[in-house]
Design a binder for this molecule. Sequence first.
Ligand code: MLT
Ligand code: MN
Length: 313
Amino acid sequence: MRLKIIGSAAGGGFPQWNCNHSLSRAARAGNPGVTPRTQSSLAASPDGQGWVLFNASPDIRQQIAATPELQPQADAPLRSTPIRAVVLTNGDVDHVAGLLSLREREPFALYGTSEVLDVIAGNSIFNVLDPAIVPRRILPLNEAVSLRDADGEDTGLAVESFAVPGKIALYLEDSSDPNADFGSDSGDTIGVKISQRDRDESAAFYIPGCARVDAALKQRLADAACLLFDGTLYTDDEMIAAGVGPKTGQRMGHISMSGDSGAVASLADVAIGRRVFVHINNTNPVLDENSPEHARVRAAGWEIAHDGMELNL
Ligand code: MLT
Ligand code: MN
C-alpha cells in the first residue's frame, strides 16, 4: 500500500494567508528548514493506479498539480481521474472545502459518518457534486468496510472507522453559548484504519484530529505498522502565547504534542512501527527544523510530515 501525505498543515496552511507570526514569515521568506505546507489531506493506493483521498482540502487543486499520480493518465479518457473515492474524517472546512473543486461531473464515491454526511447534505453548495454521479455512502463505525468507487468496483482498500474525542466543525458552533465546549466523541470526528485486502499487518491509522489519547485508542493502536496523528499544536496554549488567537488546543479539539497528557507521552509505551505527525498548525515550533522542539519530537521517535511525504507499507 502506498500512502502520500499531500497536505501536512492544519487549517490555514503554512504560511497562512493572513499570518504574520515569525514562522509564517520564515516560510514566506524561504528560510532553510522552514518548508511551506498545504492543508491536511492523505492519498492512499493499493497499486499506485487508483487512489483514495482521506479528506479534501481547500488546497486540493494545488495538491493534485503537485502529485502526478492523482492526475489523468495519458491513455485515460478525455475527462478522467485516478481518484476513486474520498473519505471524510470530519466536517471541518480544511477537510471538506476541496470537494467543491472536485465538481465537473466526475464520478467518485464520497464516504463519511452519518453525522458528517448530514452536514454535507445540509449545505446545498455541495450539490455541485450531484449524488447521482458522486454517491454518498455512510461509513459505519467499528466495522471494516471495503471502499468502492462510484460504480461499485472495489478500490482494493478497506477502512475501519472509529470515533475519537474531538469537536463539531467550527462553523456549526452555536456562538450564543459562551460556556459550551462543543466537544464530541460520537462520530463528528473519526480516525480510520486503512488497509489493503488481506494485509492487515501493514494497516495505517490516520487520525488528523483528536482531543486526547484514551485507553481505548491506545489499545487500538497497539502493534500498528504506522500512525499518522494529530500534530496541530506543540503546547496547548501556543496560539494564545503567540498572540494570534484566544483558543487553546483543547478548545479546538486537538491534543498537543508535548506535556504529560500530550501525544508524545501518551503514546510512548504503545508499540507502533512509524509514528508521524500530520495536520500541523502554523504556530507549531516543530515546523522549524532547527528548533529544539523539532529535535525533541524527533528524538522521541516521531516524524514530522511534509507535503509529498510517501510511506510504503
Ligand atoms: C480544526 O482542525 O480545528 C479546524 O480545521 C479549524 C477550522 O475549521 O478552521
Ligand atoms: Mn483542521
